[in-house]
Design a protein around this ligand. Structure first.
Ligand SMILES: *Cc1c(COP(=O)(O)O)cnc(C)c1O
Length: 421
C-alpha cells in the first residue's frame, strides 16, 4: 500500500477497515477524565466490555448455587476448560486434543520442561534466543541445574551478528547443526519481547528435529498477535499467557499446546494431578492415574473459573474477528506506523524491529538514543500510553482489535512535535 502522512489519510484507512468497530468492544483507560491512546497491548491488553458479565455470571452462580455450580447448565465448572478448547485451537492452529488452558505461563513452561527436557550425559543442551524474557531464562537455568547440569555449558544463547539487532534464521539453523546431537531442546520465544522479532518457527522446528532435538516456543508475544499454525509447523510444545495480546486480565490464565504425536505417548514423563485424570473415572477417586488422551492430561488442578471466564469472553472476540483477518490488518497498521516514523526522518530515532512483516508481529521497538526517556514522558503527558525499556527503547504495539490508523498517526505526530518543538 502507498501510505500518506496526513490525518485525513489515516481516517480514510479507518473507514475502509472492516474490523474498525471491534474497538467499541473495549474499555480505554481514562486518566483524569482524558481517554488515553493505548499502545501497551503487548504488556496488558485492554479489557473487553463483555468480560464483566462473563465473570459476574460465575460470581452469581457461586452465590446462588454453591457447589452445585460444578454441574450447572451453562458453562458448568466441572468442564469449564472445555469451553475454551475449540477457540484456542483455532487461534493457534492446533487440533482440539493438542491444547489446554490452565495455570500461569511460567508454571506451564516448567511443566512442559518436565516432559520435554530430559537430558542425558551426551545430549543435554538447550538453545534459546538472544535476550529472552527473564522468566524464561530463570526457568531454563533452574531446569538445567535441577537435572544436575551447569547452565554455563548447557544453555546456549543465540547472538545476533556483529552490528545487527536481530537473528537470522540461517544462523539459528547453523547453530542448531553445530551443537547437533548434544542438543536436547530448542526453546525460544515466538516473538522476542524486546526487539519484536518473530521467529520462523516452522524452519526452527524442522532444524531441531533433524538433529534429534525438540522445539518448544513461548508464545507470550505471539498468541493473538501472529497467525500461528502450530500443528502444521510441527512444533513440539508451546505455552503462552493470556493477559497480553489476548486481553484476558492481569495475571490471567495460560494456554498450552502439545503436539498430537506426544499427547498419548506413554514414554513421556509428566507431573500429574487429579484434573489430568480421565473425566469418566476422575470422581471414582481411584488409585491409578488414567490420563485423559489429550493435552488435558497435563492439568493438575480444577479449573480457575474466574480468570477463565474472562478469557472465554475475550476468545469469543478473537473467534469472531478471525486471527487471519486481524493479522492482515495488523500488517497494514504496523506498516503505517513504520512509514510515518521513517517519514519523520528524525536522527535520534531508529527501529530495532525487523522491517519485513513476516519477521515481526504488531510491535515496533523504537530506539531513541539521546532523548528516549524524555520522549516517553512527553508521550505520557500527551495521553499516549507506551512502554519504556532501559536504556533507550520505547515499545509500541498497535493492536488490530482496538487500535486505529488514526491512533498510529497521533503517535507519530506527537513524536514529531517532541523533536521539532
Ligand atoms: C510476559 C512474559 C512472561 C511472564 O510470565 P508469567 O508467568 O505470566 O508471569 C514470561 N515469558 C515471556 C516470554 C513473556 O513475554
Amino acid at each position: 500500500m502507498k501510505y500518506e502522512n496526513t490525518k485525513e489519510f489515516a481516517k480514510k484507512l479507518d473507514k475502509q477497515d472492516e474490523l474498525a468497530d471491534y474497538r467499541k468492544q473495549f474499555h480505554f483507560p481514562k486518566i483524569k477524565g482524558k481517554k488515553q491512546i493505548y499502545f501497551c497491548g503487548n504488556s496488558l491488553g485492554l479489557q473487553p466490555k463483555s468480560v464483566k458479565k462473563a465473570v459476574n455470571d460465575e460470581l452469581d452462580a457461586w452465590a446462588e448455587l454453591g457447589v452445585e455450580g460444578h454441574f450447572k447448565k451453562n458453562f458448568d465448572w466441572f468442564g469449564y476448560h472445555h469451553y475454551l478448547t475449540a477457540m484456542t485451537a483455532r487461534l493457534v492452529g492446533a487440533k482440539n486434543k493438542e491444547v489446554v488452558v490452565m495455570n500461569n505461563l511460567t508454571t506451564n513452561l516448567h511443566l512442559m520442561m518436565v516432559s520435554f527436557y530430559r537430558p542425558t550425559k551426551t545430549r543435554f543442551k538447550i538453545l534459546m534466543e538472544y535476550n529472552p524474557f527473564p522468566s524464561d531464562r530463570y526457568a531454563l537455568e533452574s531446569q538445567i541445574r535441577f537435572h544436575g547440569f551447569d547452565p554455563a555449558t548447557a544453555l546456549i544463547e543465540l547472538k545476533p551478528k556483529k552490528g545487527k539487532n536481530n537473528l537470522y534464521t540461517d544462523d539459528i539453523v547453523s547453530t542448531i547443526n553445530e551443537h547437533g546431537d548434544s542438543l536436547e531442546l530448542v526453546m525460544m520465544g515466538g516473538v522476542n519481547f524486546y526487539t519484536g522479532q518473530a521467529f520462523e518457527m516452522d524452519k526452527i522446528a524442522e532444524a531441531a528435529h533433524r538433529v534429534g532435538a525438540l522445539a518448544g516456543f513461548d508464545l507470550a508475544h505471539a498468541a493473538g498477535n501472529l497467525h500461528l499454525q502450530l500443528n502444521k509447523w510441527n512444533v513440539d510444545f508451546a505455552v503462552w499467557c493470556t493477559y497480553k495480546y489476548l486481553n484476558s486480565g492481569p495475571g490471567g490464565t495460560s494456554g498450552v499446546y502439545i503436539n498430537e504425536k506426544h499427547v498419548t505417548d506413554k514414554t513421556i514423563p509428566r507431573f500429574e494431578g487429579w484434573w489430568g485424570n480421565n473425566e469418566k473415572t476422575r470422581f471414582l477417586m481411584q488409585k491409578n492415574f488414567d490420563p485423559t488422551p489429550t493435552a488435558e492430561a497435563w492439568q493438575l488442578s480444577n479449573a480457575q473459573i474466574l480468570p477463565m471466564a474472562a478469557h472465554r469472553a475475550s476468545l469469543e472476540i478473537f473467534d469472531k474477528a478471525g486471527i487471519k483477518n486481524l493479522r492482515k490488518k495488523s500488517v497494514l497498521l504496523t506498516g503505517y506506523l513504520e512509514y510515518l516514523l521513517n517519514d519523520l526522518a528524525i536522527s535520534d530515532i531508529s527501529i530495532l524491529t525487523p522491517k519485513h512483516p513476516d519477521h515481526r508481529g504488531c510491535q515496533l521497538s523504537i530506539v531513541a538514543k539521546k532523548q528516549g526517556k524524555k520522549l516517553h514522558s512527553y508521550l505520557t503527558k500527551n495521553h499516549i500510553i507506551a512502554d519504556w525499556r532501559e536504556p533507550d527503547v520505547i515499545r509500541v504495539a498497535p493492536v488490530p482489535l482496538y487500535n486505529s490508523f488514526a491512533d498510529v498517526w497521533e503517535l507519530a505526530n506527537c513524536i514529531g512535535k517532541f523533536y521539532n518543538s
